[in-house]
Design a protein around this ligand. Structure first.
Ligand SMILES: C[S@@+](CC[C@H](N)C(=O)[O-])C[C@H]1O[C@@H](n2cnc3c(N)ncnc32)[C@H](O)[C@@H]1O
Length: 224
């Protein structure tokens, strides 16, 4: 691999958009929440769950808080790590609806939501995101999309339709270790590229990408 090129998924190296030492620096400074949330983070690292980590978790929290989100939708619950960051950002009386297609994983998330004290604000829906979205009514103030990457294009339109004007659609892994900008043609890379391009061109949305971890897209809905 040439020294001046960032690694790609094809190189079988750990993901990263910025240099490792910068990623570590940001992670070291990140707010990690209380002991209960740190325990979920630790479980994620120990058991290899692809959770967003502390820097991105706190970023999600800040964004949800800044739009005073009362109704948040998360696609891809895993063990409830990002879900806890989001639930803790809710305005009084707010609700997080989080979707997970694997029932055993959803049960782990339920336990963690109990430990982090957010259960009264969280509703877990078990099933595939595209199916669940068919019956789920908006509007949401904030949507976080973190499902299987090949599934991104199918959920884009339902997410935009269910977002209120002024609401945010935030999506993880949109740089896919930089592969989206290269000639990589894997199913995931192609799907993320399609998603990013559709989002960038959508007249209802203003979108940008922040090179945090594996790339986080933030899109505000500005009109119906
Ligand atoms: C990257 S992990 C989510 C991590 C989580 N957001 C966090 O940071 O704590 C993706 C999760 O979404 C679930 N998932 C993947 N594709 C899905 C789909 N199409 N519908 C529902 N859940 C899905 C997986 O089982 C996995 O638990």
């Amino acid at each position: 691999m040439p020294a001046n090129r960032a690694p790609s998924h094809g190189d079988r190296l750990p993901p990263g958009i910025v240099y490792d030492e910068i990623d570590r620096y940001m992670d070291d400074l990140a707010n990690r929440g209380d002991a209960a949330l740190m325990a979920v983070e630790k479980q994620g690292m120990k058991d290899d769950w692809p959770i967003v980590g502390a820097a991105e978790g706190s970023f999600l929290h800040i964004l949800a808080r800044s739009v005073r989100a009362k109704r948040i939708l998360e696609l891809g619950t895993a063990i409830g790590y990002s879900g806890t960051w989001l639930a803790r950002a809710l305005a009084d009386g707010g609700e997080l609806v989080t979707v997970e297609h694997d029932a055993e994983t959803a049960a782990l998330a339920q336990k963690n939501f109990e430990k982090t004290g957010v259960t009264p604000k969280v509703r877990i829906l078990v099933g595939s995101a595209d199916r669940i979205l068919r019956d789920l009514k908006g509007p949401f103030d904030f949507i976080f999309n973190d499902i299987d990457k090949a599934g991104y294009p199918a959920v884009l339109e339902p997410c935009i339709e269910r977002l209120r004007i002024g609401g945010l659609l935030v999506t993880d892994n949109v740089l896919w270790n930089g592969d989206v900008a290269r000639k990589v043609q894997s199913a995931e890379t192609t799907a993320i590229r399609t998603y990013n391009e559709r989002l960038a061109k959508d007249p209802r949305m203003i979108a940008t990408i922040v090179p945090l971890r594996d790339g986080v897209s933030i899109a505000a809905k500005v009109r119906d």
